[in-house]
Design a protein around this ligand. Structure first.
Ligand code: XMP
Length: 536
């Protein structure tokens, strides 16, 4: 078989395929990360499931294929295999970890269960000149490994360019066929030269021109939005968060006044957030904004409610009602002008698309959980300008569009807002207390330069707890607040952040001095699991 495989002779020739790089997902957690790294090399990429037929892959005219790592042994029963036909399609292929082994097996090399496992940080040694991928890199350097089986013999015609103590074949390549692979994980930060190796595969072996840049994303998205929306009208609900803000800013750039944004102030936001939307976002984008002040309505609906699930349901329900009414009002206004609103803009991101199984180009689309289930008289087509983007790309697009840093780098904040950070009934007074404490914590973390080091730091008001304290000459009987600083990659798991004591001290001193009703500041030192990030 080997002789027919990949009869492309290319080397550094430019790649005329105009499709994406397809990252084939073998079920580990790494596929999305690899896709992000490919994009960091300025090449557009998408994730596809490993059972995607070769014909379907080839039909997308991919510029290259990356076979990701996976949990299995290539020889295990039911292990996902690589269809050898993939290597006859004239498409450059890069195998990583399991993908490297699967590629070896498909191309006639040998994968062995050696009994030695390598996990974690390992040193690779470059063999010979290092080939195209490892040439000029340090002769010994650290990489991240996670495998049981090993490649003991590369497929015929491949140059072996790196090995480790236990794995003689840790990297190979055939520049002529435009195939290469590595046993280690180049996509993780613990492989410091990994990104360069991936870049060399994409640019130098696969011959792909780096064209996926923030400005190209903005330009292409705006063109596509103009095509989709034409001269019709759209609305967008703003939450104060990054995604809806960037989605709205893109649509505003594309169709200007045809977009109206709706911002529902439910009174559960943090200090300054309404102003950020009303003043800073509008100033940066020129967007047409309607703010609905629904503070009293939400407070009335939440009166007497202490159960967290019930609070969430009430907040969700009221939000939909208020948004629907606003949409109806805008629809009526458009109707009076002989027009109608056809589109609803949503900030759906690429990871949501991958996780909900909707591949590229899947046209119609789950409704977003925040604005799901609009009634029959409000049927909009969805506009999802961020559907192909990862969060870091969304942030870069936001900055490119001139959005304020405070919005673009806002840390995650739950839709139900401070409503779920008050343990007990939500009242106007308690919201004011929590807002003040939260603002101090945020100010001090920002002043200490820690915003990018922590994932988020909920401040929680234990409104149903009181304890005795002493302040000035008097006894106090106030509430505790909890600081919940966490570090995380994706909020699925988290660890408590070891904040410097002096920062904690400053936050504690200021909160107890400046926020009446709060006489204790406590720190949550629970990881997730078993804790969650929010308290509720
Ligand atoms: P937990 O508390 O489940 O939170 O560990 C995980 C992440 O999700 C955020 N979160 C929400 N985000 N709507 C949102 O948009 C919500 O209802 C919601 N509840 C929790 C939370 O802040 C954390 O980042």
């Amino acid at each position: 078989m080997a002789k027919e495989v990949g009869d492309h002779v290319s080397g550094s020739a430019s790649n005329s395929a105009n499709g994406p790089v397809l990252v084939v997902d073998y079920g580990a957690q790494y596929a999305q990360l690899i896709a992000r790294r490919v994009r960091e090399a300025q090449v557009y990429s998408e994730v596809v499931p490993h059972d995607t037929p070769v014909a379907e892959i080839a039909a997308r005219n991919p510029a290259a294929i990356v076979l990701s790592g996976g949990p299995s042994s290539v020889y295990a029963d039911g292990a996902p295999q690589v269809d050898p036909e993939l290597f006859n399609a004239g498409i450059p292929v890069f195998g990583i970890c399991y993908g490297f082994q699967a590629m070896t097996a498909a191309l006639g090399g040998t994968v062995e269960h050696t009994g030695t496992r390598e996990y974690g940080r390992t040193e690779v040694s470059i063999s010979g000149d290092g080939g195209r991928l490892h040439n000029d890199l340090p002769g010994h350097h650290p990489v991240w490994m996670s495998h049981g089986d090993s490649v003991s013999k590369a497929p015929e015609g491949f140059q072996v360019t790196a090995g480790t103590k236990d794995t003689p074949v840790a990297a190979f390549e055939s520049v002529e066929r435009r195939f290469a692979g590595v046993q280690y994980h180049p996509e993780v930060v613990h492989s410091p030269h990994g990104q360069e190796v991936l870049r060399r595969f994409l640019h130098e072996i696969a011959g792909i021109r780096p064209q996926w840049t923030t400005s190209s994303i903005v330009d292409d998205t705006i063109t596509a939005l103009r095509e989709q929306i034409g001269d019709r009208r759209a609305i967008c609900g703003l939450s104060g968060g990054v995604d809806s803000a960037v989605a709205a800013a893109l649509v505003q750039r594309a169709v200007g006044e045809q977009l109206t944004c709706v911002f529902v102030d439910h009174g559960l936001l943090r200090a300054g957030e309404r102003a950020q939307v009303e003043r800073d976002f509008v100033a940066a984008t020129g967007v047409r904004l309607v703010t609905i002040d629904a503070v009293d309505r939400f407070l009335a609906a939440l009166a007497g409610v202490t159960d967290p699930e019930e609070k969430r349901k009430i907040i969700g329900r009221e939000f939909i009602r208020v948004f629907e009414q606003a949409a109806r009002d805008l629809q009526a206004e458009a109707g009076a002008a002989g027009e109608q609103i056809d589109f609803l803009v949503q900030g759906t991101l690429y990871p949501d698309v991958v996780e909900s199984g909707g591949g590229s180009g899947a046209a119609n689309i789950k409704s977003h959980h925040n604005v799901g289930g609009l009634p029959d008289d409000l049927q909009f087509s969805l506009v999802e300008p961020l559907r192909a983007l990862f969060k870091d790309e969304v942030r870069r697009v936001g900055l490119e569009l001139g959005l304020p840093e405070t919005i673009v780098h806002r840390q995650p904040f739950p839709g139900p807002g401070l409503g779920i950070r008050i343990i007990g009934e939500v009242t106007a007074g308690r919201l004011e207390t929590l807002r003040a404490a939260d603002a101090i914590a945020r100010e001090e973390l920002t002043a200490a330069g820690l915003d990018r080091d922590i994932w988020q730091c909920p401040v929680v008001l234990l409104a149903d707890v009181r304890s005795v304290g002493v302040q000035g000459d008097g006894r106090t009987y106030g509430h505790p607040v909890v600081l919940r600083p966490v570090s995380s990659e994706d909020a699925m798991t988290a660890d408590w952040t070891r904040l410097p004591y002096d920062v904690l001290e400053q936050i504690s001193t200021r909160i107890t001095n400046e926020v009446s009703d709060v006489n204790r500041v406590t720190l949550d030192v629970t990881s997730k699991p078993p804790g969650t990030i929010e308290w509720e």
